[in-house]
Each structure stands twice: as C-alpha cells, then as structure tokens.
Design a binder for this molecule. Structure first.
Ligand code: PLP
Length: 360
C-alpha cells in the first residue's frame, strides 16, 4: 500500500478496509449489502445507535451530549451552526486561525450577525491568536473555534473559559486524535473523512441544553438539529454506508487503546517529521511557530517552488501520496491522521533526510 499522507479523504486502516470488503456483499449474514438495506430496518437502526454511542464513549462524554449524523460535510455546518444557534439580536463570534475558520465566518455572515473575535491572520497564520482572558460581549450567541487548522498546520492546545457562552468547535481534522476537555465544548462538528472514516457523513455532537435552544427556532426541518435529534438522525435517508465505515473506524480506534493511546502515537509520529525539519539547518522550514504546531498536519517550505516540486515528484516515485501543500498556501504538508502508521512516518522522515543529502 502507498504511504498515504493525504489531507482528506485520508488514509484508512487496512483492517477497516478488509473488514468492509468481507461484509460488503452480504451484511450480517442477511443476503444483501448494507447499500441495499432499508434505513428503517432493525439492522440499520442498531448500527446507527451503536455508532453514535461508540463515538460518545471514545470522546469521553457519555452523558449530557448527543450525536447527529448529517450530510453536506463540515462546510454545511459552517451554515447550519448559525442557522440553528443565532437568535435575534445575538452575534456569532469567530476565532480566526486559518482559512477554514474564515470560511465558517463568511457563511455565518450570510445567515445573520457574525464577526471576528480574534485573529491570527496578521502573522500569515503562523501564530494563533491569544485567547487567554478573552471576554466576548454579552450579546454573543456562541464562540466558534477551529481546533486544528488543516491547511496551515496549527492547533490550539488551550481553550477559553466562556462561562455560559457556548463554545462551538470545528474538529474536522483532529477529532479523536488527542485528549481534550470535551466538556468545554457545547457543540462539536467534524466531517468524517480524516479520523472518522470516509467522506459522506458529518458528526455533530451537541450538549442537551443547547439542543433545547435550537428547537425553539423556526427553520426548515432538514436544517434543524432538534429534528435530527428527535429522529436519532433517521429523519430522512442517512448515508448508511458512511456511518457503517465510521463504526468500523471507531472500533479500530478503541482497539488501539482509544484517544489516550492514539494521542501518544500521533505525537511520536509528528515528532519524527518535525525533528527532520528542525535539524535541517533551514533546508526544510516549518511554516507554523513551534508552540502552535499540529500533530495532524505537518507543514513546511523549501528554498523555492522548484525544489518543492522536485520533492513532491520524487516522493511520489518513492510511494508517498499527498505531500503537496494546499493549493492556496503552497509548500509541503504531511497529514498524519490516526490511521497513518508509525512506519509510514519513519519512511517519510528517512526520505526527507535522503532528499536533503542529495539536494542540500
Ligand atoms: N473544516 C476543517 C478544519 C477542514 O479540515 C475541512 C476539510 O478539510 C472542512 C472544514 C471542510 O470539510 P468538508 O469538505 O467536509 O466540507
């Protein structure tokens, strides 16, 4: 298999793919594929419930929260968060830390009143804004934060205490990759295609008290978190196969030792790459300041675009996938989500050292 460092859709564990292959044509001995099964069947209902429970269990928030499975990707949540949470005369306030957070704010502005609360843009996203002591105004409906910035390669390690103001987090690129105090968050959303499985389903995890506020708002049912909660995400036809793949991913994550073990391994994997970058005497140059570096998306630049293109070309010839930086920022990026093995990161570190020797 390729050493897959794609930013998303991302690598899946081989065991997960093989299990799905085994069960593809006839699921649970029923003589039909899950793709052919009614979402009103007991089998799919159970799968749906068990996946939701397992996600909460792995996140360590079994009580007081619920999971919704929705379509439309994390991008749809950029619009649905304000659609559900922005009451009249209230403002959604956004922490800007990279381009996905900017997109989230732009979408919120299309829905209602929204503005930036803090921004790291002046640093070219190489730093994160300091949130210590931040005190949003009393008309704040919620504060939105992107916990890990997939494109830039940065992440927050601490989160502000906002009292009663709900903290909403886009955790698309770091959910289940590290231990965070989940109780800090009133709503978490994540497109599945990094740490939760293939694209096609988005997990929204929200606190019960916030849900009570959503149900009071008159919005189309298909956009309404309360409707999804009421129907356990079976209001309309859900992306059953993507949910099934998520279940396999969650079982795999649990077998790995859960978030505690995954975090430790992720830190080790990222350190292998950052060490090569930091010891290269400037041949590889990290884009993000050390304090803010992400373990999921390791980003760096090289002398010029020519050298970066050569690096990508040679890496592909050597079995590495997905190392070109995002088209909006350039440079290089290795996305080492939960399913990326230590072996793959070691192989990449070795390749980087060898490339440096030949071109430095
Ligand atoms: N937010 C973050 C942090 C992301 O990394 C991504 C995708 O990479 C998105 C949002 C957009 O997700 P989707 O493509 O599921 O809409």
């Amino acid at each position: 298999r390729a050493y897959n460092f794609n930013p998303g859709p991302a690598a899946l564990p081989l065991e997960v793919l093989e299990q799905a292959q085994k069960e593809f044509v006839s699921y649970a001995g029923q003589g039909m594929s899950l793709l052919e099964m009614s979402h009103r069947s007991k089998t799919v209902e159970r799968l749906n419930e068990e996946t939701q429970e397992l996600l909460l269990e792995l996140l360590g928030i079994r009580a007081g929260y619920r999971v919704l499975f929705m379509g439309g990707g994390a991008s749809m949540q950029f619009a649905l968060v304000p659609t559900n949470l922005l009451a009249e005369n209230k403002v959604g306030r956004y922490v800007l830390s990279g381009s996905f957070s900017e997109k989230a704010l732009a979408e919120a502005k299309a829905v209602g009143a929204a503005e930036a609360l803090a921004s790291g843009k002046d640093s070219g996203w190489s730093r994160l804004p300091d949130l210590a002591g931040i005190a949003p105004k009393s008309d704040t409906a919620y504060v939105h934060i992107t916990t890990n910035n997939t494109i830039e390669g940065s992440r927050f390690s601490t989160f502000p205490d906002l009292g009663t103001i709900p903290l909403v987090a886009d955790m698309t690129s770091d959910i289940l990759s590290r231990e965070l105090d989940m109780k800090r968050f009133a709503l978490i959303y994540a497109g599945a295609q990094k740490n939760l499985g293939p694209a096609g389903v988005t997990a929204v995890i929200l606190r019960d008290d916030l849900l009570a506020q959503c149900s009071a708002r008159s919005i189309p049912t298909i956009f309404n978190y309360a409707a999804y909660a009421q129907h356990r995400s079976l209001y309309n036809t859900p992306p059953v196969h993507a949910i099934y793949m998520m279940k396999l991913m969650l079982e795999w994550a649990k077998n790995q030792g859960g978030v505690t073990a995954l975090e430790k391994r992720n830190a080790y994997k990222a350190a292998l790459l950052y060490e090569v970058i930091d010891s290269s005497g400037g041949f590889y140059e990290g884009i993000v300041e050390k304090l803010f570096r992400s373990d999921m998306n390791v980003t760096w630049r090289m002398k010029d675009e020519e050298m970066e293109k050569r690096f990508v070309r040679e890496s592909e010839r050597n079995g590495f996938e997905g190392l070109a930086g995002h088209r909006s920022v350039g440079g290089l990026r290795a996305s080492a989500y939960n399913a990326v093995t230590v072996e793959a990161c070691k192989a990449l570190a070795d390749f980087m050292l060898d490339f440096e020797k030949r071109n430095g």
